[in-house]
Design a protein around this ligand. Structure first.
Ligand code: SF4
Length: 313
């Protein structure tokens, strides 16, 4: 650990959270404790690599395994694992279902074709899928708070047999059929709690009964708390992760909401040093699908740059 002094532009409601700290020239770099692959992503990655090493014939993932281009490249180039976009894209071999899950009918279609299916759906997403099925069975109209285009939400909706309504913003609430008075709610794992609270409150005003399963993943909560703490104790924040990664984008939003200048980058090549000229403390956040080696590369690039700036002065 390095240093103790912290400058706070706003009062942080929790304790300052543990970081790994580095000194580079006159700049301090603080990496959030919870950075890099979460448990569910590590599990899916390990399953895919183990499958590629031990299975005869081609191995695919169903859609990109996770939203991180470097990991997708690594799976392709090192382990020979490509991804397919639908059952029509393959006839034989083994397919690993990604962390976000897929509709059950797709798994069935694959099995009927004779494809070997390895299910790497994150168990937390599986719980949400099961809640959606349970709510449907108990005659609730299923409401999924989340992004309708996200693979996780598409898979959850399929477990409600496509009969639910996806709510992405307050404006979508009117899309719930007027005659549906018993609402059963589940939530995309990466959402921000404040947004969910607002939508649930609005649902209470239009239904007789609202049953809510808070299915925001603990990983999301943990990292959003880190994002708040990092934003309040650093003058600049780098958020490392795939541009398609929902949880990475949310970290940048949370950091900006707490006053930080957040720079969303996919790799060290994206660091825009012209925006870091006056930096004294740089915080680093990374999404749940960002590999640790990539975080190290970004940190090393910062150390190299700011050490060189001091050496040249
Ligand atoms: S963020 Fe949570 S739900 Fe998503 S893969 Fe990781 S552990 Fe699973």
């Amino acid at each position: 650990m390095y240093g103790t002094e912290q400058t706070m532009s706003q009062k942080y409601t929790g304790d300052l959270r543990e970081t790994t700290q580095y000194k580079a020239g006159n700049v301090e770099i603080n990496i959030a404790k919870h950075s890099g692959y979460c448990w569910g992503v590590q599990r899916a990655y390990d399953q895919t690599v183990a499958t590629a090493k031990t299975t005869e014939g081609p191995v695919y993932t169903y859609g990109p395994l996770i939203h991180n281009p470097q990991t997708i490249d690594e799976l392709r180039n090192v382990y020979g694992v490509n991804y397919v976009n639908g059952p029509e894209d393959l006839e034989v071999g083994t397919v690993v279902v990604r962390t976000h899950g897929v509709p059950p009918e797709i798994q069935e279609q694959l099995r009927q074709k004779g494809v070997n299916v390895i299910d790497a759906t994150c168990p937390y997403v599986r719980v949400t899928q099961n809640y959606a099925a349970l709510l449907l069975k108990q005659k609730y109209h299923v409401v999924i708070i989340g992004d309708p285009k996200h693979a996780e939400v598409i898979s959850i909706l399929a477990y409600a047999k496509g009969e639910g309504t996806v709510i992405h913003s307050m404006e979508d609430i009117d899309r719930i059929p007027k005659n549906k008075r018993r609402l059963g709610v589940v939530v995309q794992s990466t959402l921000i709690l404040e947004k969910v609270n607002k939508i649930v409150n609005a649902l209470l005003a239009r239904a007789q009964e609202v049953r809510v399963f808070n299915t925001i993943c603990y990983v999301t909560t943990e990292r959003q708390e880190d994002a708040e703490s990092i934003a309040l104790s650093n003058d600049h924040v780098l958020v490392i992760g795939g541009k398609e990664s929902s949880n990475t984008k949310k970290l940048a939003i949370v950091a900006e909401l707490h006053g930080a200048r957040a720079m969303l980058i996919e790799s060290e090549a994206d660091i825009d040093f012209s925006k870091l000229v006056n930096a004294k403390r740089i915080g680093i956040l990374a999404g749940a699908s960002t590999p640790n080696w990539l975080i190290d590369k970004c940190k090393d690039r910062l150390v190299e740059h700011f050490s060189a700036v001091v050496a040249a002065a």
